[in-house]
Design a protein around this ligand. Structure first.
Ligand code: GLC
Length: 640
């Protein structure tokens, strides 16, 4: 260790003041066990392990040495308030810079709009330089150190980060760490025959191994291409391409790849990015005979990234994008030895799926049961809760969970697809199928929140009663994500009820991908109407704003408070208990278009009796009597 410190002090850290050097060595000593443990799991068998370890530490030291002063100070702020992202004041917004505001500079000009909504976290969709032409919505990156030129420059990005920081808004961007575009310099060199770079990817001389892998690997985009490998004549090799042909999976068994991505990560952190959304992390490690998702090594990679980033940029948060079934999801927040030592935040895709499932069914049994099965998350982590994002909705319902509430998993998933693509009779939803897989009959769903919740159909029919119900559905599911625990994310346009947008069909690069149905251009004319409480859009906006304010004022919604789904004794009403020393809350949400009642004895059993307050309205509620919920109504109760 001493030798290592000497090398770092005379090397990358030599330009720093002694005090700054000491901070680094202190952090290194503190985090060393968490750095070594996962790295040994990944590369411990190699004779050159120590050389690689030193290499990674040098990358961290290099990044620390050039970390701008204001970001070092910001790190301090985060370290002194480590639960900053768990507090109920947190509120996220997700958008494409171009579709929201033209460019990065345009986004800066819209900060007031974000503040009006109470936003404290902004996720800008992929903005690093993508390959030309079709690029999977920016998830095929050819240069991690350049910004997509029509959006601006790297300087614009760091300026924007600083402007947001000044307004207490944390910037999140994507780091596509599972794959690069085939136009990335590494892939180009690999394509030119360079063995070093061929080893950055997973390449096979013939179909022997690909065939074996394909026996157990699922197809993610079956409509885009069949199988997970692509043949390239120029190199006479099969390359692992989980998603599209132009996205080449990186080979993390090669420590050089780990080092490259680590350096990229810290480079972006040094631009002022506070949260990195790590894309498709479930796929980062492959193992023959498995589905090649959620492998223990994928977790080790994330743990090592985190531990190393703690010494260089400790304010940075890592966010896992792992859209996987319930049992596989929680480990991304760290379990066992890695508790609080993997990603700080992860998307709660199961909760999102369950919200839509409950709306379609008007019953909450599956949601209650499935969420009850999920273990608690570590105390210093947080979910990201959301109703819609830029991706499709895949029906993450396990056979076991479905069976436990008397459903058949396969039939229920089919029902949900049919309900949301409009095939089911009397469905209120307008959506489209994404990636029909004829082998499994699996269909995922595209569509905007408002269209899936019934607004489009109601507007078309000019049916005011249906319109009212659609608005109520939108507010209900947002009320749920605001209270479940974690950072709630508003997806651009949902705050004003934007509908499906079919214009993508005119663009040949986008037309094949129905996810563009719910990636609209921000309708600023519609947003102008946001103060009009009588109009649909204003009603959605103002009520959401009210809910967001209510959340901010309810400290007991802090993410560290346990979230326990409870049976409400009413099959249409979801009950959620939030418990922590900050207080006890009972959240109730009615998933049907009929008024519902929760009997007083149920409230008493849950120890909610006497005088209660509903944090949404601020009004007191008599806990000795039955509680009435309006159609799609919700209530956030706390004993006073
Ligand atoms: C993630 C993204 C999705 C993309 C995929 C491949 O799941 O959210 O949009 O297609 O990764 O990069």
């Amino acid at each position: 260790m001493d030798e290592l410190f000497d090398q770092l002090l005379t090397g990358p850290l030599s330009r720093l003041e002694p005090f700054e050097q000491q901070i680094f060595t202190l952090r290194l000593t503190q985090h060393m066990p968490d750095i070594e443990r996962p790295l040994r799991q990944l590369y411990g068998q190699r004779e050159d392990f120590d050389t690689w370890l030193t290499h990674f530490l040098n990358i961290a030291a290099d990044a620390y040495a050039v970390r701008p002063v204001e970001l070092r100070l910001h790190d301090l702020k985060r370290i002194t308030e480590p639960d900053w992202f768990q507090q109920s004041t947190m509120m996220g917004y997700v958008c494409y810079s171009d579709r929201f505001a033209g460019s990065l500079k345009g986004v800066a000009a819209k900060i007031d709009y974000l503040k009006e909504l109470g936003i404290t976290y902004l996720h800008l969709m992929p903005l690093l330089k993508p390959r030309p032409g079709a690029n999977d919505g920016g998830y095929a990156v050819m240069d991690y150190r350049a910004v997509r030129h029509d959006l601006g420059t790297m300087t614009d990005l760091s300026n924007l980060a600083a402007q947001l920081r000044a307004e207490d808004i944390s910037l999140c961007i994507d780091l596509v760490c599972n794959h690069t575009a085939k136009e990335h310099a590494w892939a180009q060199k690999a394509m030119a025959g360079d063995k070093t770079y061929q080893n950055y990817y997973l390449m096979f001389p013939d179909r022997t191994l690909p065939d074996q892998y394909e026996n157990t690997v699922r197809e993610v985009f079956p409509e885009f291409k069949s199988g997970s490998f692509t043949y390239y004549e120029a190199i006479d090799k099969w390359v692992w391409t989980t998603f599209n042909e132009f996205q080449w999976d990186l080979n993390y068994a090669n420590p050089a790849v780990f080092g490259e991505i680590l350096a990229t990560m810290l480079f972006l952190a040094n631009q002022g990015v506070e949260v990195l959304r790590l894309d498709a992390v479930a796929f980062m490690w492959k193992r023959l005979g498995t589905d090649c998702e959620n492998q223990p090594e994928a977790h080790a990679i994330l743990q090592a990234f985190r531990a190393l980033s703690r010494i260089a940029a400790p304010g940075l948060l890592l966010k896992a994008e792992a859209i996987v079934p319930p049992p596989q999801l929680v480990p991304y927040l760290g379990l066992g030895e890695a508790t609080n030592k993997e990603c700080e935040v992860a998307y709660h895709n199961v909760f999102m799926v369950m919200l839509w499932s409950s709306l379609a069914e008007r019953r909450v049994a599956l949601m209650t049961h499935a969420l009850q099965q999920m273990p608690a998350i570590p105390s210093r982590t947080s979910w990201l809760t959301y109703v819609r994002c830029h991706d499709d909705i895949g029906w993450a319902v396990t056979e076991e969970d479905a069976a436990a509430v008397g459903l058949n998993g396969y039939l229920h998933r089919t029902f949900l697809s049919d309900f949301y693509n409009g095939r089911f009779p009397n469905s209120f939803a307008r959506g489209a199928t994404f990636q029909f897989n004829p082998k499994t009959n699996d269909r995922r769903i595209s569509g905007s929140c408002a269209s899936l919740a019934g607004l489009e159909a109601a507007l078309e029919a000019g049916d005011y009663a249906a319109l009212d119900l659609a608005v109520r559905r939108i507010l209900l599911i947002h009320s749920m994500i605001l209270t479940f625990g974690g950072i709630p994310l508003l997806y651009m346009g949902d705050e004003i009820g934007m509908l499906n947008d079919v214009s993508y069909l005119d663009d040949p690069d986008l037309a094949q991908d129905s996810r563009w149905l719910h990636r609209p251009w921000m309708d600023w004319d519609l947003a102008q109407k946001r103060d009009d409480w009588l109009g649909v859009n204003g009603r959605i906006f103002q009520n959401l704003k009210k809910l967001i304010q209510a959340r901010k004022q309810t400290a007991a919604l802090h993410a560290e408070a346990g979230a326990y789904p409870v049976w409400s004794y009413n099959e249409a009403v979801f009950g959620l208990l939030r418990e922590s020393p900050r207080g006890r809350l009972l959240i109730l949400g009615n998933f049907s278009e009929h008024a519902q009642t929760i009997p007083a004895y149920r409230l008493q059993e849950l120890r909610f009796d006497g005088r209660l307050i509903d944090h949404i309205t601020g009004k007191s509620v008599d806990g000795w009597h039955d509680v009435q919920l309006e159609p799609y109504g919700s209530i956030w109760l706390q004993a006073v």
